[in-house]
Design a protein around this ligand. Structure first.
Ligand code: DAH
Length: 359
């Protein structure tokens, strides 16, 4: 075997023996570097006769090319191996959740508000809203509670300083002014539900100065208390997630309804710390209601000769406390993270009737 062939074999063997890029680089320098074996070989061409150079030149050059090719191929193979090894150690588990668990929770009041919205939307009600700072006129007068009417004292009202024109604002004491706003701005038939914040000068274990109510209003040519009872029953079944409920009516008084009715829901509180709805010998206050007073319809621009309707309203926080077994209302609004994590709901579970209200 010629020296050249031996040299080529040795170099090729060293190339395939190189385990990493550094080792391969050492082989390259030893072969093709300035003082490398092949470079030295090429240098000898300068001292040759023209004929000899013609013969050896192509041999040396093709040797250099083969070695260069082998180096490049080995380099690529080593890079491939390195990448595969890296990928093997850095494997991503695609079954892991894409995002970390959300840490915030949905407040029970928001949860109940969403549940109520889903239920009433299914019954064909639209959501209506009104401002927290309300005209005295809408909060009271147009609801048939004129100034100096004793019923104003039933509401421990936060009054806002009088305006320049003498008109007065209050922090709304109930969601009923949304009835007024709706009747003033829409023509019957009307079917709305309005959950929202309300305020009264009152605070103990079951009352907070800021609390939440819901208000329902249905106005049409033929509506009666039987429709109202059905709506409340359907709501209770869906909301408390039971197949059967029983509600009872009690005569009552509200200035804005005639007749006025309060509704109670049958429940069982015999087991300590637990309420079961639909059976039992206890009754829970559910909502105030009645047929909208003709004077209210008139003051809100609706002809009481042609239209009539029912309204209902009650405490939203109370519903949350009952459904989710929360004993005290005050921590609802204290922003205590421990309480929020304990009573809060998963942020991504939106209540729907078909998907489940509270899961
Ligand atoms: N606004 C009443 C309250 O704050 C609740 C209420 C009673 C609303 C009767 C109504 C109703 O719409 O018809 O206690």
């Amino acid at each position: 075997m010629s020296d050249i062939q031996t040299l080529e074999r040795e170099i090729l063997a060293a190339i395939s023996a190189a385990r990493d890029e550094a080792a391969l680089e050492a082989v390259r320098v030893a072969a093709l570097g300035k003082k490398g074996a092949i470079s030295e070989l090429l240098k000898t061409l300068g001292g040759m006769s023209a004929d000899e150079r013609k013969e050896k030149g192509p041999t040396f050059n093709s040797l250099r090319d083969r070695i260069a090719d082998a180096l490049a191929a080995r380099k690529a193979a080593l890079a491939d191996d390195a990448l595969s090894a890296k990928l093997a150690t850095e494997r991503v588990d695609v079954t892991l959740p894409a995002r970390p668990e959300p840490r915030g929770t949905i407040h029970p009041v928001s949860q109940v508000l969403d549940e109520m919205t889903a239920i009433f939307a299914d019954l064909g009600f639209a959501i209506a809203e009104g401002p927290d700072v309300e005209y005295d006129d809408y909060n009271f007068t147009k609801l048939n509670i004129p100034p100096d009417h004793p019923a104003r004292q039933m509401h421990d009202t936060f009054y806002v300083a009088p305006q320049a024109d003498g008109s007065r604002h209050v922090l709304r004491t109930h969601t009923s002014p949304v009835q007024v706003r709706t009747m003033l701005s829409q023509k019957p038939p009307i079917r709305i539900i309005s959950p929202g914040r309300t305020y009264r000068v009152d605070s103990d274990a079951t009352h907070s100065a800021m609390f939440h109510q819901f208000e329902g209003l249905v106005i049409d040519e033929v509506t009666h208390l039987g429709n109202l009872k059905w709506v409340l029953e359907e709501f209770c079944k869906a909301f408390f997630e039971v197949d059967q409920v029983e509600i009872r009516a009690r005569p009552s008084f509200f200035p804005f309804t005639e007749p006025s009715v309060e509704w109670d829901l049958r429940c069982d509180r015999s087991a300590p710390g637990k309420i079961v709805f639909g059976t039992g010998n206890d009754w829970l206050e559910l909502a105030g209601s009645g047929m909208v007073h003709p004077r209210v319809l008139e003051m809100c621009g609706i002809d009481p000769e042609k239209y009539q309707g029912f309204a209902f309203g009650g405490g939203l926080d109370r519903l949350a406390m009952l459904k989710y077994g929360i004993p005290d209302i005050r921590p609802f609004f204290e922003s205590d993270l421990r309480w929020l994590r304990h009573y809060g709901f998963a942020a991504l579970d939106i209540p729907t009737l078909d998907g489940g209200l509270s899961r």
